[in-house]
Design a protein around this ligand. Structure first.
Ligand code: IVH
Length: 680
């Protein structure tokens, strides 16, 4: 083929595929079989691979993704992205209408739309080509997620018709119920935590680094706003309608309303009909239609005065209690969970709901076979929000909280000052052992990512792991061929995933590499109750090695920043348990770091010897690292400015209050450059 032929073949294929995509995704009218479509697409992919110089910026091959973004760049919005005022009450809708009528002395239309429950996106079109897609961020700047957005079929990459040369389209990125459920099933199968709701799933997906995975998950887009200088329409309704001429999918639901009564009818109507939609909405949005009237009514810094969102109250349904399970979590907390007669709620079938804790069971006075009201909050498991006492049988027995752990039989305790009930048998209760093992390998601890949640479970179930020390005794032959059973679902029969050569090699390499992880993180990984990442760091720097820490008295422990009574007692308890001491001996024998390495322990200088320094604002390195630098040069970090402060290290955006206080007390303020020059 000559270069001209290549160019024109690529162009013709793009046009043809774009037309098929349009038929399929925008107007639900496919005219080609899936097989023939894939043939065309593969042909184009091959040609673009061979002749990348001829690939077009609007090529439909971008729909399948494939690019990898290490870090999304932050970009400023051309026009700030405002949000909307919210209300849950009809009375406030009437107030909204009155305020507008006071300003506008003539009849006018509202436009009523659905309030899609996803995340806002701004799409920039330059000469009809999608050039940039940016998340809302803080309204002024957001993340550039263009490659991921290009995989969304309802977002045109190239426009048709008489579009303006430069304009912005705004709308919501959502995930429909079908794709959401498929995604959660897939996550469940590989042992990953499912997303709580479609909004979280959409937002997690849009931030993925691999655009092919974004394409696979299947996001959708709902348009709700157009911005640009050209007067292609005089009102909002016509603008959104016009968009369909340019290749967008016009809103499925949008009406003009002459009065607030019509708006309220629309709202009641959709509060019921939303259950039939294939995606989530959380309310309706009401906008003044005419652009010049919008201008007249104006905006505040945060939101327009010409629009408002009416949010639906969370949907709640009655369902009968079948039984109560008591689940022991990874930290030993026992949660009662109600098994219910299955009911549809918010697009899914609910069979279980959390009863939270003993106090909640008592407060609702729940009895066997009670009819409970269930609501969907932000969590995966819906919650119980009430009881229909009128439906209770006269002889129904009260539900009693268990007194012994259902997993290990230990007597349960009440957490001090909290509503939680917990199993104190930390070291021998199966879910708690698994919890400790998973914590040990987690990213901020030993970071053995070749051993995801699901795999630790398999090793535990096969009797290969009981304490974190066992990780370092695992060998190739033990792991090879281990199997994980994935139970059957409605669509798939049972599957078995087995540990193959490559998986086993990765696991063993990951475990081996973790031996280099520094003492600070090892201390966090061994799982002393209440010792989080930051406390572990402070303890490691203060005591330098595990022996000093293990031998420290309560008083000595409490000298460390942020270590109070509760943490100090927990540390002393930890080192009194023989099992923990044995684990440390074994881990140390396996070569883990139980002391700060020389370069970590050695100060870099004593330039700041004994000086009290307050760090405030944003720096070119994370603030934590700045504080470490101070300590390494002999300085001491203090949190608030007083007359004893030697100087304030001020980054960008230092609070004005702090600055004023330092100036009043005559305390020097150093910039990052001054400081770095000083410690050089
Ligand atoms: S209009 C200047 N219309 O709700 C007005 N927003 O709570 C911009 N949303 O950030 C927003 N559906 O992400 C508008 N039909 C709709 C919407 C909608 C969902 C979201 C949007 C916005 C948030 C405000």
């Amino acid at each position: 083929m000559t270069s001209q032929e290549i160019e024109s073949t690529i162009k013709a294929l793009c046009d043809e595929i774009n037309q098929h995509n349009y038929n399929y995704y925008m107007i639900d009218n496919p005219t080609i079989s899936d097989y023939d479509f894939d043939q065309l697409l593969n042909k184009l992919i091959e040609l673009e691979k061979q002749y990348p110089e001829y690939a077009l910026p609007d090529s439909p091959t971008q729909r399948v993704g494939g690019s990898v973004t290490k870090q999304f760049s932050t970009v400023k919005h051309v026009f700030p992205m405002l949000s909307l005022g919210n209300t849950y009450s009809e009375g406030e809708l009437l107030d909204f209408d009155r305020r507008i009528r006071d300003l506008v002395n003539s009849d006018f239309d509202y436009v009523c739309e659905l309030k899609y429950d996803g995340l806002a996106i701004s799409l920039l079109y330059e000469n009809g080509i999608l050039t940039r897609a940016v998340t809302r961020g803080d309204g002024v700047q957001g993340d550039d997620v263009t490659a991921n957005v290009k995989t969304i079929h309802t977002i045109p990459l190239k426009l048709k018709g008489d579009f303006p040369a430069l304009f912005e389209v705004r709308g919501e990125i959502i995930m429909n119920h079908q794709n959401f459920e498929r995604l959660n099933r897939e996550r469940d199968e590989i042992g990953e935590t499912p997303f709580a709701n479609p909004r979280n799933a959409a937002s997690g997906t849009l931030k993925l680094q691999n655009s092919a995975e974004v394409a696979h998950r299947g996001l959708d887009f709902k348009v709700y706003f157009v911005m640009g200088k050209q007067p292609y329409a005089s009102n909002h309704y016509d603008s959104l309608t016009k968009l369909s001429e340019w290749g967008f999918r016009a809103p499925d639901v949008m009406i003009k309303a002459r009065s607030i009564t019509e708006v309220i009818d629309f709202m009641h109507d959709w509060d019921i009909r939303r259950k039939t939609l294939p995606f989530d909405i959380d309310g309706i949005v009401i906008k003044v239609n005419d652009y010049s009237m919008q201008q007249q009514v104006g905006s505040t810094a945060k939101s327009p005065r010409w629009a408002i969102a009416y949010k639906f109250k969370a949907e709640r349904v009655p369902s009968q209690l079948l039984s109560v399970d008591f689940q022991v979590g990874r930290t030993g907390i026992v949660t009662p969970v109600a098994n219910l007669t299955p009911v549809p709620l918010g697009g899914t079938i609910v069979k279980r709901a959390s009863l939270h804790n003993k106090d909640v069971i008592n407060a609702y006075d729940i009895h066997e076979n009670d009819v409970l009201f269930v609501e969907k909050g932000g969590e995966i498991i819906p919650k119980i929000v009430g009881v229909d006492v009128s439906k209770r049988a006269f002889d129904a027995q009260k539900i009693r909280f268990i007194t012994r752990c259902p997993e290990c039989g230990a007597e349960l305790l009440q957490s001090e000052g909290e509503a939680g009930t917990f199993c104190p048998n930390e070291l021998h209760c199966p879910p708690q052992i698994k919890g400790k093992l998973e914590h040990f390998i987690s990213r901020k601890a030993m970071n053995i990512d070749s051993l995801g949640e699901g795999k630790v479970e398999v090793l535990y179930d096969n009797g290969l792991l009981k304490t974190p020390a066992d990780f370092y005794q695992l060998n190739y032959n033990q792991l090879l061929g281990l199997e994980k059973r994935i139970p059957a679902t409605d669509e798939k029969s049972e599957r078995i995933v087995s540990f193959r050569e490559k998986t086993v090699e990765n696991i063993l390499n990951g475990i081996n590499e973790s031996k280099n992880i520094g003492f600070e993180r090892v201390l966090f990984a061994i799982g002393i109750r209440y010792v989080g990442e930051t406390t572990a760091k402070k303890l490691a720097r203060h005591f330098k090695n595990i022996d000093n820490l293990a031998n420290a008295s309560l008083e000595e422990l409490m000298q460390v920043d942020d270590v109070g009574d509760r943490v100090a007692n927990s540390i002393v308890d930890f080192f009194m348990q023989i099992e923990n001491l044995e684990m440390i001996v074994r881990l140390r024998e396996s070569g883990l770091q139980f002391a700060l390495r020389e370069e970590e322990a050695m100060p870099l200088s004593n330039i700041l010897g004994g000086k009290s320094i307050v760090v405030s604002g944003v720096f070119s390195i994370p603030r934590d690292e700045m504080k470490q630098l101070i300590e390494k040069h002999g300085g001491k970090n203090v949190s608030s400015i007083s007359k004893n402060t030697d100087f304030v290290l001020a980054g960008e955006k230092m609070g004005p209050e702090k600055r004023k206080k330092a100036e009043n007390l005559g305390i020097p303020i150093l910039s990052e450059e001054d400081f770095l020059a000083m410690i050089k």
